[in-house]
Design a protein around this ligand. Sequence first.
Ligand code: UDP
Length: 444
Amino acid sequence: MTSQPMPRRIALISVHTSPLAQPGTGDAGGMNVYVSQTARRLAARGVEVEIFTRATSSSDAPVVAAAPGVTVRNVVAGPFEGLDKQDLPAQLCAFTAGVLRAEAMHSPGYYDLIHSHYWLSGQVGWLARDRWGVPLVHTAHTLAAVKNAALADGDTAEPRLRVIGEQQVVDEADRLVANTDTEAGELVSMYSADPGRIDVVTPGADLDCYTPGAQEEARRVLGLDPDETVLTFVGRIQPLKAPDILLSAAAPLIARARESGRRLRVLVVGGPSGTGLARPTALIDLAAELGITDAVTFLPPQHHDRLAFVYRASDLVAVPSYSESFGLVAIEAQACGTPVVAADVGGLGVAVDNGRTGLLVPGHAVADWTTALEKMLAQPDQLRAMGRDARRHAEQFSWEHTASQLLSSYSRALQSHAAQGGTASGAQALGRRAARRWRRRRTR
Ligand code: UDP
């Protein structure tokens, strides 16, 4: 039996968000967790991982040893602070120069493969791939065409610039990694990706950190009342994530609970991101308008150890997003034995086993969300059974499994690259194919 080729050292590119940042606010979210968790798991399998990210503070050391076998390189590209994500395309040349210079300090062939995360990184990886003669594996994480097809009220559409940039990366990458079959289908239908170059790799959760535990203890740690029913939102506060839907849907339930002498609390964990629901205080204002201020608790972004207490303290976790390529929060909550009510969009259909570990709600009508939450809370025995099944369901999604699937994808990329003659000729073949595609598109 011949063994599969494995990279010895990979360059992992994450331009807009550092794996060292606290997720749950600004641009730091699931992608940070993905990059940092997979890097550690790959390193544990003997693949050295170097992560290139943009320095966002003058105190960022150029090189940080993040974990055994994992190095973070903070590349200076533009001012440290005050640059929005939409300003970053103008810094890609500076960032790419930083990546190429770092590699040039070593002997040729230092990296065996590049894995880029998000389209901005794909643009950098595309150039570095041609220069180094190694394969490029790309994960989009989110796709502008998908996001624009399901915008929240008041949300701004992703610019055409991004769609064009994503298309170029889809055409150029040796392999594309999609979170789910749905995302793979979107890459094919919306970006004409070659299905033979797509690998579906499911993300995971840290199943050692996110474990079931006593609700009472978790509430004590967080200072929450042991007798209240707790509905929780965890994530970046932005229109796409729709925490406002949870507040609006919970308001009549809070009123009914009050009438019958019970108490229901909504817990919102996370910080502002993007348009941050127009202004940072928008959710506080909404709670006041709905007359539920005293029944809503806001917590700033929490470290993962403490987040495990948040999930354990909750009776239900809600993920009402308009679009979600996977939804790590849904898996983490279930890993802690907490059922999830989620919008039936994107990867959430895979993350939640509808009817067994939670409920999928079609659409975003507030009344439908109220009904779904009420239905779940009305049957405490069923809720407990769902919690037990939720942990079992979540156990399929480990980062170890994700790392194994990524290694298979890398192996395919190395094999096809070698079959195309390796080095620059493989890149030239891809370039010719991409040029043909763009010509066809222009003449349509
Ligand atoms: N997260 C966190 N602390 C918080 C809020 C969120 O560590 O206070 C993490 C959470 O554990 C999850 C990630 O941020 O791993 C969010 O990922 P998800 O896929 O749910 O959403 P994304 O941010 O990718 O849109």
